[in-house]
Design a protein around this ligand. Structure first.
Ligand SMILES: CC(=O)[C@@H](O)[C@H](O)COP(=O)(O)O
Ligand SMILES: NCC(=O)COP(=O)(O)O
Length: 241
């Protein structure tokens, strides 16, 4: 069964909206683990509009499952990750002013940059993952040459097309996952995964190691409650192969 890593960016967004400490990010992360969550994901952005760099240190102290830090490896992000030493780092090619992540890496153009960054993180004992688009096998092949442990399949297109009933979109994800595994990499996935689409996605991607889910999960928790939602995802991910 794929590991469920809960992205808590939106908890930090809510906290920051009042400038205080409600909700308390560390407590929410502890509760998510208590409810069955198998990982905590954060994506500190350069303007720290939701996750602050200090949050990464605070979470490292208490996360007992797996801390995954996502971001573009600009110098201050690299330093943060090396100082915090999470279980996993996911490299995402975001611009500074991105509203959210909107593309995977061009692993061909940035092959040597990624190789160097990945070597540094691996040296520190941190598992590495590269955020990647599907549909072009050459990008997965180039990802493998960087030494990355895993790829994270960027699932926005899947979510949009599946939402319109175009279930055939899964083929490019299935092929990308299969190729990544053949090349010796693990397979993560994320972006816009939700209670509506997670079961179909996971059922069709037997190679799936981990999903990171935030925006939809926190929105769904407004209706069902956080504990129920975590368990609904676990149920939809369990033993489906
Ligand atoms: C890498 C990725 O897929 C993103 O979904 C990201 O982690 C979410 O970031 P925001 O919460 O800033 O939209
Ligand atoms: N890596 C994807 C992630 O952490 C969460 O993305 P989203 O569910 O907030 O779209």
């Amino acid at each position: 069964m794929a590991v469920l890593s809960v992205n808590v960016n939106k908890i930090a967004t809510l906290r920051n909206s009042r400038g205080g400490d409600v909700p308390n990010l560390v407590q929410v992360a502890k509760d998510i683990e208590e409810f069955g969550g198998q990982g905590i994901t954060i994506h500190p952005r350069p303007d720290e509009r939701h996750i602050r760099y200090q949050d990464a240190f605070d979470l490292k102290e208490i996360v007992s499952t797996e801390l995954n830090i996502e971001g573009n490896p600009i110098p201050k992000f690299k330093k943060l990750v090396l100082d915090v030493n999470p279980e996993q780092v996911t490299l995402v090619p975001d611009g500074d002013d991105n509203i959210t992540s909107d593309a995977g890496w061009d692993t061909i153009t940035h092959q040597s940059f990624l190789k160097d960054v990945i070597a540094e993180f691996k040296e520190a004992g941190i598992r590495t993952s590269i955020f990647i688009d599907t549909g072009n096998p050459a990008l997965i092949e180039a990802a493998a040459t960087t030494g990355a442990d895993r790829v994270e399949l960027y699932t926005e297109k899947f979510a949009v097309e599946y939402g319109k009933g175009n279930t055939g979109v899964i083929t490019e994800y299935a092929e990308a996952a299969k190729l990544a595994k053949q090349l010796g990499m693990g397979v993560n996935a994320g972006h816009d995964l939700s209670l509506k689409n997670i079961n179909f996605f996971a059922k069709n991607i037997p190679e799936l190691d981990e999903v990171s889910i935030g925006h939809a999960l926190i929105s769904e928790a407004l209706y069902y409650g956080l504990q129920n939602v975590v368990n609904m995802y676990l149920y939809k991910l369990q033993d489906i192969h």
